[in-house]
Design a protein around this ligand. Structure first.
Ligand code: ZN
Length: 356
């Protein structure tokens, strides 16, 4: 165990209301979801570990295997997650209030006291970015999550970029309006206050029919309501600013829109592309970067967070299908051949390694 990439592994996306698990098979570059299972989350450390164990056992039962047969179990969690130590701190919406809670070790012990099941933890946004990269085949991309907050997960050249302090992609706290309202982070006018799903929810009345606010707002704008058009376009401008930061900062080939607002679908994509076009109209330089063509929606039918959590268990490089010919980029690119992987014959060469 531990040397071959892929094999049977489980990924769990642990949220405040549910734990969604998948059982994956196949190599990292061609993962196949064999089973999925969703259970309500019990809160607190004991509750989270217990729910996670129940989902793992359910998935193993569906496959007819024992948890000890898995090559790994990966958890994607919100909060401050340290993949090196397997600990989670201050995951407020899971009611894990303490620092450095050894969630990985607790789940490993619960699943198999003999210690045969390696368990890893990953930040939920990073896991979603890995999963989206594997599902879309984009080896170089940002997953821009338009949810409660605003942040991006980065997969650069096929490798997850966590950052020096684990803060890579926290673009929601870049200043967008210097004279804007105070942000919970202590600054003013942060981009998150304009481009997050929460910001959109606060800017339009909730409809009586139970639809989410973004769906109602975009429908009203499409019907020509001038107030809705103004709110939609201001929101799209803020999201477009986030896209510009990601492309100008790290020149990702794709910016994939995820999070709750992405359920709006094509009208959101169109509005953000239009906004990018408006913002780039005055700059031949920005226009030359083709920002609008880099934006797409996250896959709606695959639980990318759980898939990414499973992929993050790999002790080998986390690989993403790479294009046979990489697009031209500025500066030198490392073309050093890497050790062959177990990718199936005919698959594009895999590259990229994890740092840890
Ligand atoms: Zn802030």
């Amino acid at each position: 165990m531990g040397e071959r990439p892929g094999g049977l592994r489980v990924g769990l996306d642990v949220g405040g209301s549910k734990v969604l698990g998948v059982l994956l098979d196949g190599p990292d570059a061609r993962p196949v979801v064999r089973h999925s299972l969703r259970l309500p989350t019990d809160h607190g450390t004991e509750g989270v570990v217990g729910t996670a164990a129940e989902v793992v056992r359910g998935l193993c039962a569906a496959e007819g295997v024992d948890p000890a047969d898995l090559t790994g179990v990966g958890l994607a969690l919100p909060g401050i997650v340290d993949p090196r130590t397997g600990t989670v701190s201050h995951a407020v919406n899971l009611r894990i209030d303490l620092a450095d809670v050894p969630v990985a070790a607790l789940l490993a012990e619960r699943l198999d006291p003999a210690g045969r099941v390696p368990v890893t933890v990953e930040n939920d946004l990073n896991a979603a970015a890995l999963g989206a990269a594997a599902v879309t085949g984009h080896a170089d991309m940002a997953l821009l999550a338009l949810g409660t907050g605003l942040a991006a997960g980065l997969v650069l050249d096929g490798r997850l970029r966590r950052g020096h302090a684990g803060a890579a992609g926290e673009i929601g706290h870049l200043t967008y309006r210097p004279d804007g309202p105070p942000c919970a982070c202590g600054q003013r006018g942060c981009l998150e206050l304009y481009a997050s799903g929460s910001a959109l929810d606060a800017s339009w009345p909730a409809p009586d029919d139970g639809r989410p606010v973004p769906a109602a707002l975009f429908a009203a704008a499409a019907a020509g309501d001038p107030g809705a058009v103004a709110v939609r376009d201001a929101y799209a401008d803020a999201v477009a600013a986030a896209v510009r930061v990601l492309v100008l900062g790290v020149d990702v080939a794709r910016v994939v829109l995820g999070g709750g607002v992405a359920h709006v679908g094509a009208p959101l994509l169109r509005a953000v592309r239009d906004a990018v076009g408006r913002q780039g109209a005055a700059s031949a330089f920005v226009a030359s970067l083709g920002l609008a063509e880099r934006i797409e929606l996250a896959p709606a039918d695959v639980p990318v967070g759980a898939v990414g959590a499973a992929l993050a268990t790999s002790p080998r490089p986390v690989t993403v299908p790479m294009p046979p010919v990489a697009p031209a980029v500025d500066g030198p690119v490392d073309r050093t051949p890497r050790p062959a992987t177990d990718a199936p014959a005919g698959a594009p060469p895999a590259s990229a390694e994890r740092m840890d």
